[in-house]
Write a new protein. Sequence first.
Length: 320
Amino acid sequence: MIRRPPRSTLSSSSAASDVYKRQDWSYPKIIQFQSTDGTISLDGIVTYPPNFKKGSRYPLIVHGYGMPGTQIVYNRWGSVWNQYLAQQGYIVFSMDARGMSGRGEEFKNLSYGDMSKYLSKDTAAGVRYLVDIGVADPDRIGAWGWSGGGYFTGLMLTKNADLFDVGVSVAPVMDFRLYDTIYTERSMGLPQENKAGYDSTSVLTYVDRFKGKLLVMHGTGDDNVHSQNMTWLIEEFVKHDKQLDVFFYPNRPHGMSGGKARKNLYKKIHELRKYFTSINKDEDYYVTLGNLANAKPTICLLYTSPSPRDRQKCRMPSSA
């Protein structure tokens, strides 16, 4: 005779829901939208600020990964970090581009030979969709990611520089000629047989398009993604006379463990808000993200000597 083990309820659905409400969590929403070429429907997931109001536009952070055969859109809560960013007033968006997983082998194999092709095109389609439906501010679009997500961020700030203003890239591959063969060659083939594909996939190829702000962080002890990726990237930025913010964690591995490195790193990501600056066609202006409750950021001209009233309005320190 088969007996069922005793069952106990740890928490009822209503009680769990109350917990999330008390913590001011926002339910992630799965969305579908068309690719730019109109040939396929793509999946995305959006976490709105808890106080989201229709008719208002919010700064958008795209959290990406995008490596072949991976999946980022699931019907689940997602990370606590996404919830934290949403509580700071950002819309957080992720999506599965063509070449990723969860849609069958044919869908996954679309990234073979050029991992950047659909990753850049489809992410652009997702961002434009959120802009077109009136929820994302087209002048405040950022990206962040780690490892493959760091590559994603670098790609968005260069190849998709027309859309992205700011990015934080952690432990990124910037050119897949520098990554391990067993991972790279199963999706890209051999470098000597697919030079065009490797060039197209490389972030370095598009540095000349860069016009935003990018913070890149890497551990010098990373034995997965070698920090040589950083030196190649920096050299390319110098070549094109572009500015790049870089932070090295001495002897830290790919996961940035050891001491207070991860805490320090996430504090730096939190500072992404200060990177949200835009260049007006006629004049520079500074967009503060201090009060996003109504998604109405204060726009402040960059005065040489701002008055006390301007400092208060713009939330600038008294000794700026």
